[in-house]
Design a protein around this ligand. Sequence first.
Ligand code: COA
Length: 277
Amino acid sequence: MAKSKELACVKYEIDDEGIAWVMFNRPEKRNAMNPELHYDMEEVIAELETDDDAKIIVLTGSGESWSSGMDLREFFRATDNDPAARFKAQWAHRHWAQYVATSQKATIAMVNGFCFGGAFCSLAACDIVVTADDATFGLSEINWGILPGGNVSKVFADLANHRNAMFYAMTGRTFDGIKAVEMGIATLSVPKDRLKDEVTTIARELMEKSPVVLAYTKQAMSNVGDMDMNMAYEYLATKGLALRAIDPGGTRERGMTEFLDKKTYRPGLGPVSLEDE
Ligand code: COA
């Protein structure tokens, strides 16, 4: 049964399949992120994380924009002389982006239009980024006298290679979805009229996997990057044991049995059936 909710700056709908479509909802401001949007996102992501009906979380934008970055009027100018308000808003963004990055559920950014500045931190938090070919990305900060701060420089430099990160930060030039994929900023780029279908296909594919195995896989992938070889071996061995111990579906054992004994499926070509099927 579909569910929906609308707050001041964010709305979401969980469809019958379990895909939670979360929308930044200030289309008239190109979904610029004001403090209220960050507070709404904190509430929404915490809610979806603990709602069993939401299996996959998709972040997208209303109208023609994904997000035009931090709201220059309400996030920056209005809090220039109010450090407490700035601090709260900044941390709300960090919190919800962290919720997304560490969510037990798979998260997909569906980039339908503009993506500027602070929006890269939101984008980087998602596991998978599917963009419209003609979306417009840019580090505009150089154009109006600030650094790509709030960790935009960090996440951009981590995703793109050094040459690209330097070039786009220094020139402020925009780039499209196809270039975003080439640079490693996005996973996949498709014509805009196929964007939702493509995201739905990926979400369905992810929902065929065991949810706990999927959660552990994304955690492992996210964490090993900062480890050296030995630490990564140790961590993955321990994490793998923990997964076997807690996986309620016994996915590994079923997978072995179905491949080796029953010969009913090929793990290289698709997922083993979910336990309750
Ligand atoms: N902060 C505050 N307001 C913003 C905004 C932002 N980041 N991005 C857009 N808006 C507002 C505009 O001020 C305008 O408000 P108004 O209707 O009250 O005048 C409204 O959204 C529509 O923007 P507009 O510029 O007319 O739309 P556009 O489609 O012609 O251009 C952008 C879209 C995104 C290219 C352009 O708005 C822009 O450059 N925004 C700033 C992007 C940026 O530098 N972001 C980094 C912030 S860290």
